[in-house]
Design a protein around this ligand. Structure first.
Ligand code: NAP
Length: 344
């Protein structure tokens, strides 16, 4: 593909600052709702803020919802996208397709209810209601505005059998079960798997994916006794253990016999070393959490002389959206853990 065509396909023409980078790395995008020939405009109805991003904003403002709302509005207005400058993460959105450029390859038609499967950190976004309907106290943000999809910005038409807020939450983290399934398959015969943050959305989907992929012993690491009770009731893990994921020795002690695969699904920084310690020599750690520090993981593993493969949890794997929705539909334990989180 010619460079100028690639340029448009990836949305580089929407980058205002700094010149030459892709939209994800941009400090500012142009959210103009007028579309180019290969773009799609979505009338936005709801954002799902990335869990690590929402937690950071909430903690930074002492849980003051009005201040969190003002902060999110400020980020979108100044950056033309919802890209948290501290966590570097975004989330995704749902809405209805409003206009499709004649050369868009996405196969969408006006009126389609869709969820974007690309991060808000690269999606041009304009908010038009001042976030007036959001109290700033949850990851899901009811709103009005417009978002732009590029030719390479994948989106899923929303299913009509799953409530929209649930679909949004499941699709936001659909990369986690897909990555887990792939790693379990590649690991060979029935690898043991530990999931940190196992009672959360990506965590429970990852446990269900590992079980489906015929993993061996499944260990769910959770924050406290309340989450342990909920995860045991969900029946997704063989062992449910309580440990602070940011305490490496506590994680290693709780997991016990090191596992072949560890999946990090917490929404807080500092889980790198515990994940490495819990993983057997030659094993694999999937860092799905956006709160992961690449340097802490790499240098920490080196410092422990740990021969583990470390994977960055790519949010995209072919078929990831369908896989996650399917796990949600047919796994009562996943529904039991995700539904109350969405209703909060
Ligand atoms: P979630 O539903 O909030 O789950 C996070 C879980 O971790 C919660 O159960 C939470 O417990 C638990 N936790 C928090 N701190 C802990 C600690 N110190 N020790 C043990 N457990 C702890 O979050 P999610 O939506 O699944 O997202 C999880 C991560 O995935 C986030 O970091 C997010 O950035 C990342 N993510 C990555 C991608 C990607 O493309 N790679 C896409 C979307 C999201 P409490 O609820 O009690 O706090």
């Amino acid at each position: 593909m010619a460079i100028d065509a690639l340029h448009r396909t990836l949305g580089v023409h929407r980058v205002l600052e700094p010149p030459g980078v892709l939209p994800q790395a941009a400090t500012r995008l142009d959210p103009d709702p007028r579309i180019g020939p290969d773009e799609v405009r979505i009338a936005v109805s709801r954002l799902n803020l990335d869990a690590a991003s929402f937690r950071q904003l909430s903690e930074a403002h002492g849980g003051d919802g009005d201040a969190v709302r003002a902060a999110v509005l400020g980020i979108v207005e100044s950056r033309g996208k919802m890209h948290n400058p501290v966590t570097g993460s975004g989330g995704m959105l749902v809405g209805v397709v409003e206009e499709v450029g004649p050369r868009s390859p996405l196969g969408l038609v006006p009126g389609d209810p869709v969820a974007t499967l690309v991060s808000l950190t690269l999606t041009p976004l304009r908010i038009t209601d001042g976030l007036a309907r959001w109290d700033g106290r949850g990851e899901q943000v009811p709103t009005s505005g417009t978002a732009i999809l590029f030719a390479r910005s994948i989106a899923a038409v929303l299913p009509d059998d799953v409530p929209q807020q649930v679909a949004l939450a499941v699709l936001d983290v659909c990369g986690a079960p897909a990555a887990t399934e792939r790693v379990v398959h590649r690991a060979g015969h029935r690898p043991s798997v530990a999931v940190l943050g196992a009672a959360g959305k990506s965590g429970c989907l990852s446990l269900a994916a590992a079980r489906d992929a015929r993993a061996g012993r499944l260990v769910g690491v959770v924050r406290d006794a309340t989450e342990a009770t909920a995860l045991r009731a969900a029946g997704l893990a063989d062992d449910v253990v309580v440990a602070d994921a940011t305490d490496p020795l506590a994680v290693a002690a709780a997991v016990g016999e090191p596992v072949d695969v560890t999946v990090v699904c917490v929404d807080v920084p500092g889980a790198e070393h515990g994940a490495v310690l819990a993983t057997a020599e030659g094993g694999t750690v999937v860092f799905f959490s956006m709160a992961t520090s690449f340097s802490a993981a790499a240098l920490g593993a080196e410092g422990m002389a740990a021969d583990v493969t470390m994977l960055v949890g790519n949010g995209y794997t072919p078929g990831h959206a369908a896989l996650a929705l399917d796990l949600y539909r047919r796994t009562p334990g996943v529904r039991a853990l995700i539904d109350p989180r969405v209703a909060r």
